[in-house]
Design a protein around this ligand. Structure first.
Ligand code: AMP
Length: 190
């Protein structure tokens, strides 16, 4: 079973690359950002709570996100494997994911980190904001907050996965196809 963590700062291209991996390896796509946005659209209690954090560029609480992951994995037990996109984002989430997957005997195969410089990220997100309809892609100060939070809370996961020999760095700049080629080549080597 192939379980991939697609990692990188906001705007690194995780969602785009996830699409290539899904097609190539027939994996179930689990994006916590998408799951939270659908909770917001459905106006659930969880969505209303998460929205307050997301609109300002902060992370939703670990308890909400980990609970969501547990139930989605429960619902998708027959998948070939999973692509986790935008999850984990904190060390607590990464530890919880290890516990859940180890219980099933199917650990994380590798963490693929898409590397992109800050200026390029801001330009990409502002550009995406014109069509995505995402309120957190419009405002430079919110985007900068998301990148700051990534550096503070999420980047330490590089060490977490490196310590397990599961960290793979991929250059996230260039054409979408070239990046997809690098990603698929890395997955092929796992
Ligand atoms: P994304 O679509 O992955 O860029 O996520 C959009 C927003 O959803 C983030 O800025 C966070 O506020 C929230 N979010 C998504 N995934 C997580 C997560 N794993 N932990 C906490 N918050 C998350």
């Amino acid at each position: 079973m192939l379980n991939l963590v697609l990692f990188g700062p906001p705007g690194a291209g995780k969602g785009t690359q996830a699409d290539f991996l899904i097609e190539k390896f027939k994996l179930a796509h689990i994006s916590t950002g998408d799951l939270l946005r659908s909770q917001i659209a459905a106006k659930t209690e969880l969505g209303i709570e998460a929205k307050g954090y997301m609109d300002k560029g902060f992370l939703a609480p670990d308890s909400i996100v980990i609970g969501m992951i547990k139930s989605i994995l429960q619902e998708n037990k027959k998948a070939n494997g999973y692509i986790f996109d935008g999850f984990p984002r904190t060390v607590e989430q990464a530890r919880a994911l290890d516990v859940i997957l180890n219980e099933n005997g199917t650990p994380v195969s590798g963490m693929l980190c898409l590397c992109v410089e800050k200026e390029e990220l801001i330009n990409r997100l502002l550009h995406r904001g014109k069509t995505s309809g995402r309120s957190d892609d419009h405002d430079v100060s919110i985007i900068e907050n998301r990148i700051r939070i990534y550096n503070e809370k999420t980047k330490p996961l590089i060490e977490f996965y490196a310590a397990q020999n599961k960290f793979f760095k991929i250059d996230g700049v260039g054409s979408v196809k070239d990046i997809a080629h690098r990603v698929i080549e890395t997955v092929g080597s796992l």
